[in-house]
Design a protein around this ligand. Structure first.
Ligand SMILES: [Zn+2]
Length: 331
């Protein structure tokens, strides 16, 4: 390891960070998945190889099922998984987390599932739990449980999940309106596989200002202007985009372009158990693969805190820590 690598690692570690685009289903720690799965889960899986790419969405779902499906079948296991996920993030100096769970994917009342997840949060970390509404599953069922989620006092927000090429976001308008009227966080996956149309639908129909991914808008100047005019944030996950073939390589990711155009972007991991990265890797790659400066990386870390639903005093502490870290390492 060169000195530059050491310095970069120390800088990334010292930055207070947020993880704001994370799916419980894609984050079950591998050692727990191995313990709970009836099928063999490899200790050193081939999908962690940096050269591995998912050949299709089906291939991705296969690994998701292996590492998650059926494993979180007690509230104790849900809490155990959450505790480990949050502890690993805490060790990377993450102070604020928004984690989604698939509505209708668990057999317990929503309020109990969410209580078990939140019970895993360590001291000093703010955890928000988001109800993920699958657009590509049985809509009537998702809406029924989605309604339960919006009225559960411990759910903090809603997100539209699933294949953007399937289902109609209009089905979820009522739930989004209710969520907004209750002051919840509202965001939606768009512009991952779906291109500009999915982004326009999320903005016009669901009226969100937090897009999960948004890569598909990178060649659309009109949409970039809308992001600026309407204060839209892109919660991006570059390594996820590479592994799923949305982007060929990190060096070609549009995150730096959006950032330099003035769009508020953040960086997160999406499904770390399926992609084999840590949040600190994503931050390092902003520097090594995308050519962003320490100052720019500090701004991206700060962007997530500016949106965070957290205590204002804690937010200010994190923002001033970021400024100090950037100043210390930039010079
Ligand atoms: Zn996602």
């Amino acid at each position: 390891m060169t000195r530059a690598d050491d310095t970069l690692d120390a800088f990334v570690q010292a930055l207070p960070k947020c993880e704001v685009h994370l799916h419980l289903e894609g984050a079950v720690p591998l050692d727990l998945a191995r313990e709970w799965s009836s099928e063999p889960v490899p200790k050193d899986p081939e999908w962690f190889d940096p050269d591995h790419r998912y050949s299709s969405f089906k291939d991705f779902i296969h690994v998701l099922n292996l590492t998650w499906r059926g494993h979180l079948n007690t509230l104790e296991r849900i809490q155990q998984a959450a505790t480990k996920i949050f502890r690993q993030l805490n060790a990377q100096n993450v102070r604020y987390v928004e984690m989604s769970f698939g509505v209708g994917a668990y057999t317990f009342p929503v309020v109990e599932t969410v209580a078990a997840l939140k019970a895993g949060a360590p001291d000093g970390m703010t955890v928000r739990i988001i109800a993920g509404l699958s657009r590509d599953r049985d809509t009537a069922y998702i809406l029924k449980i989605g309604e339960e989620a919006v009225w559960a006092d411990n759910v903090d927000g809603v997100d539209l999940h699933g294949d953007e090429r399937v289902g109609d976001p209009r089905n979820f308008l009522g739930l989004y309106q209710e969520a907004r009227s209750r002051g919840m966080i509202t965001k939606a996956h768009a512009g991952e596989f779906g291109g500009p149309t999915s982004v326009i639908q999320a903005l016009d129909l669901l009226r969100v200002n937090r897009l999960q991914h948004g890569v598909g808008a990178s060649n659309d100047q009109g949409l970039i202007q809308r992001f600026l005019d309407e204060g839209v944030t892109l919660d991006m996950c570059p390594w996820s985009n590479v592994k799923l073939g949305v982007i060929e390589q990190l060096g070609g990711h549009p995150l730096p372009m959006f950032h330099r155009a003035g769009v508020r972007v953040t960086v997160s991991t999406d499904d770390p158990t399926l992609f084999g990265q840590r949040l600190t890797d994503e931050y390092r790659w902003l520097y090594t693969e995308m050519g962003l400066s320490y100052g720019e990386i500090g701004q991206i870390a700060a962007n997530a805190f500016l949106n965070a639903k957290m205590d204002d005093g804690e937010r200010d502490t994190c923002l001033s820590e970021i400024a100090s870290v950037v100043e210390a390492y930039e010079g």
